[in-house]
Design a binder for this molecule. Structure first.
Ligand code: MEV
Length: 417
């Protein structure tokens, strides 16, 4: 099994990095070409079919986080993000977690929830729907032979009443096992297909028929133990727990703390072509599930004083259908991850969020985040000035000592070497 703890990956040339990735993930020459093409992954023709009024495409940096061990398996993780430090932070968090075995993650099966709003119904509507649930499920399942053949598809119908300024409303919810798909399309199709039958059964009027992005039947739970010494000792462990308590009890801090988690999770979502808006909307609702917006992760220590982090989020992702099947770079990224199910991808994305959160709050509870940011920024400038790997450290060190971090200064220092 390949080892994801690749020493000094950041110092390697692009070609060396690509060679490592290609050998780790057994990429074909064609897949390697896709990563090297620098054309942003999709042609204008494809873009023009994906959205309206297209005028071009838009590309972002794609990097690799190293060191990840999740449920005993090594992963290198493609991340698409515009922000510096995030990929380094994820790799660093994963490196520390690895000492104690890495991340343990479980994911629910992929059940999507569709909602149908039913108005003007009588008091026996819920009973009527329950009595006809088999017929409704059968009609829903007639919309997907693929899911039905796999023993998946619509599984349950449930009803709830909500109070609104316009009076009570009946909400019918359809629970669908969508397998390895994100499932938005099939959920919406099934909801629309069953709504005339629901109207007939209840003698009511259906209005909205749509997937809920609050995917509480797709919960992912990640845990990692960070060895006390590697974290920086008892005091740092305690300070990280205090940092967590700040986030868990103050919404202004909680939003930023959870944003750090999303830095990790959404970068992998971007790389693999997921609907990042759905993921973030669900995660934020979940953070407020107690009635108060809190931290999505929890930090404590075990009997030996090691730091223990857990992260629980709803995560609706797919490896079949959607853009994941259309975007060539997303396809290669999914291959680099080596995930064989939507649940496995969800586990990787959650572990990345937890690693990211660890590194962010560790930095904040110790030296602050600017030092690391500036060092990385200086490295990028040194490389942009044309420095080769052996020259970078010296230029970075000088710029930091002089507190003059700029491309011009990097060029001057390079000339002096
Ligand atoms: C920056 O993108 C993310 C952080 O602000 C997260 C945090 O404060 O925990 C560093």
């Amino acid at each position: 099994m390949p080892d994801s703890s690749i020493s000094r990956f950041f110092e390697k040339s692009r070609k060396e990095r690509l060679d490592i990735v290609a050998s780790f993930a057994s990429l074909s020459d064609e897949e390697l070409d896709i990563l090297q093409s620098d054309k942003g992954g999709i042609s204008f023709d494809k873009a023009d079919k994906m959205v309206e009024n297209a005028i071009g495409t838009f590309s972002l940096p794609l990097g690799i986080a190293t060191n990840f061990k999740i449920n005993g398996k090594d992963y290198i993780i493609p991340m698409v993000i515009e922000e510096p430090s995030v990929i380094a932070a994820a790799s660093k968090g994963a490196k520390t977690a690895r000492i104690k075995g890495g991340f343990e993650v479980t994911a629910d099966e992929s059940y999507s929830i569709g909602q149908i709003q039913v108005l003007d119904v009588g008091t026996s509507a819920i009973q009527q729907i329950n009595n006809s649930s088999n017929e409704i499920l059968q009609l829903a399942n007639s919309k997907s032979n693929t899911l039905s053949k796999m023993g998946k598809g619509a599984k349950e119908i449930s009803c709830k009443e909500i109070d609104t300024p316009s009076g009570k409303m009946l909400i019918v919810e359809l629970l669908i096992d969508v397998g390895d798909a994100m499932g938005a399309n099939i959920t919406n199709t099934m909801c629309e297909a069953i709504s005339p039958l629901i109207e007939k059964i209840t003698d009511g009027r259906t209005l909205l028929r749509i997937l809920s992005n609050y995917s509480t039947r797709r919960i992912v739970k990640a845990k990692a133990v960070f060895e006390k010494e590697a974290v920086g000792g008892e005091k740092v462990v305690d300070n990280i727990i205090l940092a967590f308590e700040f986030a868990d009890n103050d919404v202004y801090r909680a939003v930023t703390h959870n944003k750090g988690i999303m830095n990790g999770t959404i970068s992998v979502a971007n790389a693999t072509g997921q609907d990042s808006r759905a993921i973030e909307a669900a995660a934020n609702a979940y953070a407020a599930k107690s009635g108060k917006y809190r931290s999505l992760s929890k930090w404590s220590k075990d009997d030996d004083g090691n730091l223990v982090g857990t992260l629980e989020i709803p995560l609706s992702v797919g490896i079949v259908g959607g853009i994941a099947n259309v975007h060539p770079v997303a396809k290669v990224c999914t291959k680099i991850l080596g995930v064989s199910s939507a649940q496995e991808l969800a586990c990787v994305m959650t572990a990345t969020g937890l690693a990211q959160n660890y590194s962010a709050i560790r930095a904040l509870a110790t030296e602050g985040i600017q030092k690391g940011h500036m060092r990385l920024h200086a490295r990028n400038l040194a490389a942009a000035a044309g420095a080769i790997p052996e020259q970078i450290d010296e230029i970075v060190q000088k710029m930091i000592e002089e507190k003059k971090i700029s491309l011009d200064r990097a060029k001057e220092l390079l000339e002096q070497i």
